[in-house]
Design a protein. Structure first.
Length: 489
């Protein structure tokens, strides 16, 4: 998925068209007929053409065989040129940075077709392992390598674009579905729908350096132009009793730490994600709703929350009420979720939590907060609770006393002889040999000064409201317009 110029193409599974969207006004500009079941789209770097993969396939003229097709849209006129790729079920597409070639994954055929954009003909076909079911492809910013997800094998194939051969195979999670390379070229992020994780691959070593837990069934993703965040659409079919269309979320991953910093509630079953070239907005296509959710990713804030008190000592059977302090986000705070040792507490969605432990031990209390835009914070820093047996006194520190001062005896002066009438006499006052020692005074004990509770650090982020259009899959952003597919009636 690439972001080019002023267009944002959007496609949809199960239809025969793409829809052009003005992303400045969020309005539909045109509906363009393509092949059957368009799935993915990619712009040429100059923005002149959009390549659309048609997963449904076509019957080859003059024969009974079925081949895959690619629709090439002229963005100036919206005219369409359909070309055959000779392989079944084209799925993913990516174009080299120099615009010379389009790489297309064919999941049923287990191949990758290389198309010359100058002639729109297939110049090479790369064979992948049996049962690979390759669904997505991404090309590094230097154009040297293409990363292909093999959903059937739980691997990623690395293809040298110079030789069009597989140079490495990397094991990732279960059922990898999508891959995106950071704009700085350092990492490839792979969504694993079967294991609800994202694998982070170093493009230098071609090894997995981190695995990030996300929502249920992550399918598509997009990376901000500054390489700082990855927006992952969680298809979430298991949340429904029917097993399909149970709602959806977007997990926001910070690439610096490879942790989820926010979870945003959007439409039903997100199936594609794209970010505008300036990074200001993220577009998410919701498959079941036929809607597009628009997230203000540049100026919005994500709420943060802290828990008080930050530590507590109590007996078994006693109770303590913990409170939250929420900041940031958009609008009001609509709900909370409390956790004990990482486990969500059923029904505990208020801003306070009364905790009454039944056993001794050390426990961590955390919370999340959700704002009115649907953005959910990361879990707070844990409050530590130490629970001891009933009746055990809480130890009190014994203060250290200050030693008494040493008193130095004051010497008694010897009086000089006195003269009286020519007679010399001495003062008949005895001089004490050992003067009395002063009784030492014990210094008062000073109570320790209480340590102030640290003020939580506030991070910011938020989302904007969704817009509704007949679309299913967002892929590449181009600033002013977007393309999407209309579902068959």
């Amino acid at each position: 998925m690439t972001n080019v110029g002023n267009l944002s193409p959007i496609s949809a599974t199960g239809g025969t068209s793409v829809t052009e969207i003005n992303v400045t006004k969020n309005t539909v500009m045109a509906v363009i007929t393509t092949g059957d079941d368009p799935v993915d789209v990619a712009f040429t770097p100059n923005g002149a053409y959009v390549y659309v993969t048609n997963h449904g396939g076509v019957i080859v003229p003059g024969s009974a065989s079925i081949a895959g097709s690619i629709s090439v849209i002229n963005t100036a006129t919206n005219a369409v040129n359909n070309i055959l790729v000779g392989s079944v079920s084209p799925t993913g597409v990516a174009i080299t940075p120099n615009g010379a070639y389009a790489y297309v994954t064919n999941d049923v055929s287990g191949t990758v077709s290389v198309i010359s954009t100058a002639t729109n003909t297939v110049t090479a076909t790369i064979t992948l392992p049996l049962d690979a079911y390759s669904s997505a492809v991404a090309i590094t910013p230097n154009g040297a390598y293409a990363y292909v997800t093999n959903g059937g094998l739980g691997t990623v194939s690395v293809i040298s674009t110079a030789t069009n051969t597989v140079t490495a195979t990397i094991t990732v999670g279960t059922s990898p579905t999508f891959v995106a390379v950071t704009p700085n070229g350092a990492y490839a992020y792979v969504t694993n729908g079967g294991s609800s994780t994202v694998s982070v691959i170093s493009t230098t070593s071609n090894t997995v350096t981190a695995t990030v837990n996300t929502g249920v069934d992550p399918i598509a993703e997009a990376i901000t132009p500054n390489s700082a965040y990855v927006y992952v659409g969680n298809h979430n079919p298991l949340a429904s009793t029917t097993g399909f269309g149970g709602g959806g979320t977007v997990s926001v991953i910070a690439t610096a730490t490879n942790t989820v910093t926010a979870t945003i509630t959007i439409g039903n079953s997100p199936f594609g994600v794209a970010i505008t070239p300036n990074g200001a907005y993220t577009y998410v296509a919701n498959q079941v709703d036929n809607t597009i959710s628009v997230i203000n990713s540049a100026t919005s804030t994500v709420p943060t929350v802290s828990v008080l008190p930050s530590s507590w000592i109590m007996d078994v059977g006693q109770s303590e009420t913990f409170t939250t302090a929420a900041s940031g986000g958009t609008g009001t705070y609509t709900s909370y979720q409390w956790y004990v040792n990482g486990a969500a507490q059923s029904g505990q969605t208020a801003s306070t939590f009364n905790y009454s432990p039944a056993a001794t031990g050390t426990y961590s209390i955390t919370a999340t907060v959700t704002d009115s835009s649907g953005a959910t914070s990361a879990q707070s820093t844990a409050a530590t609770v130490t629970v001891q047996a009933a009746g055990v006194p809480t130890p009190t520190p014994v203060p250290t006393s200050t030693p008494p001062p040493v008193v130095t005896p004051t010497p008694v002066p010897t009086l000089a002889p006195q003269s009286t009438g020519g007679l010399t006499t001495a003062l008949n006052t005895p001089v004490p040999t050992n003067p009395p020692t002063a009784t030492p005074t014990t210094a008062p004990t000073v109570a320790p000064t209480p340590t102030p509770t640290p003020t939580p650090t506030i991070n910011e982020f938020s989302t904007a409201s969704a817009i509704i259009i007949a679309a299913i899959l967002v892929t590449v952003a181009f600033g002013t317009y977007a393309y999407t597919r209309r579902t068959k009636k």
